[in-house]
Design a protein around this ligand. Structure first.
Ligand code: PMV
Length: 343
């Protein structure tokens, strides 16, 4: 291309899995299908300025929240190596990558999904600047395909409100990219809320790279992968019928199963903290006593995502403020809800 320079910008959200991705094969192919709510407030905003260069090496600088950042470079270098055959201009330009998150740094919230999807989208926009014209749905699919090669779950952050990734018998999907859930969604699940309780803001105890590896030769791997298929099928029906009680069963069981896999791998890990369990028990008690549809889910860490219908917003936030904040590090939590994907 004879384009000398330019600049593109994307904002891309995080997502929270309802059926969890845990275990992968070569080339970031998931061992089981997963489905997630796209979030709205937890986002990464990335601006990439590109300038033509002559050397053939990859060349990029990363600025995180205004400051030059070396720590992210190896991840991006690996990402570039994985995607280079799909992004032909990668060696022709120098990239200045300026990135920031809407959620607090080191909050224990994984920024890989929002970060890698934002970067993938920027590369797609650069490709368009350089003269390639993609139809909207193809643009999104390729962005998701690239994001997957950065971080598996990142491929579920391009669109909203529910995204499926991984071949399965219940929904239209692919192992190579995430697609919008194609089933009916009952109004009970419109504008679903997610309060993220920050129990432990420290560095992740187990990287997801190691976590996925621990599913190789895991004694329960086969059962787990097949359970994920079943749960996705059940969830599809639940999303259409609006059955919140059944929704809760699948979502909480998925979270606990993810942690059970880590507790039963070799080496084994306990990623929950005492406060994680306090919160879970209080959520169960509140649900029982208030005839509520509040539930929890977890990622590969101690923080708790509290999920609830929009209709319960004020009573659940009262409960969080009066009871659950006490178990959050420095009383910190983030209010989020289901969103529409990257912009
Ligand atoms: O995208 P990765 O490789 O960091 O995997 C993350 C997996 C979980 O967050 C634990 C579950 C999921 O499906 O998002």
């Amino acid at each position: 291309s004879n384009v000398e320079s330019g600049s593109v910008k994307w904002s891309s959200p995080s997502n929270i899995a309802l059926v969890k991705y845990w275990g992968k094969r070569k080339n970031q192919i998931p061992e089981n299908p997963s489905i997630s709510f796209t979030l709205s407030n937890c986002k990464t905003i990335t601006e990439v300025t590109y300038t033509k260069k002559t050397s053939s090496e990859f060349s990029f600088d990363v600025f995180f929240e205004g400051e030059k950042n070396e720590a992210f470079k190896p991840k991006i270098q690996t990402f570039f190596e994985r995607i280079e055959s799909y992004v032909p201009f990668l060696r022709d330009y120098h990239f200045n990558i300026e990135t920031s998150n809407t959620f607090p740094h080191s909050s224990g919230i994984a920024s890989s999904a929002s970060g890698m999807s934002a970067l993938a989208l920027c590369l797609m926009s650069i490709e368009e600047d350089l003269g390639v014209d993609y139809a909207d749905d193809y643009f999104n699919r390729k962005a998701s395909f690239l994001a997957r090669l950065g971080s598996g779950s990142a491929c579920r952050s391009i669109e909203g409100e529910l995204v499926v990734w991984g071949k399965n018998r219940s929904t239209e999907s692919s192992d190579l990219f995430g697609v919008r859930f194609d089933g009916d969604i009952h109004s009970n699940f419109k504008d679903y809320q997610d309060a993220i309780l920050l129990v432990d803001k420290g560095e992740k105890q187990v990287s997801s790279t190691l976590g996925h590896k621990l599913m190789y030769g895991h004694p329960f791997a086969k059962e787990r992968f097949s359970q994920a298929h079943d749960n996705l099928g059940k969830l599809k029906d639940i999303l259409s019928s609006g059955d919140l009680k059944e929704f809760i069963k699948i979502v909480e069981s998925e979270a606990l199963t993810l942690h059970a896999m880590m507790m039963t791998s070799m080496p084994y890990f306990i990623l929950m903290k005492p406060n994680t369990l306090e919160i879970i028990n209080r959520i169960w008690k509140f649900r029982e006593e208030n005839n509520s549809n509040i539930c929890f889910t977890l990622d590969a860490g101690a923080n708790v995502h509290v999920l609830f219908p929009k209709a319960e917003e004020s009573k659940v936030y009262d409960f969080i403020k009066s009871e659950l904040v006490a178990y959050c590090q420095k009383g910190h939590y983030i209010c989020d809800s289901v969103g529409n994907g990257a912009k």
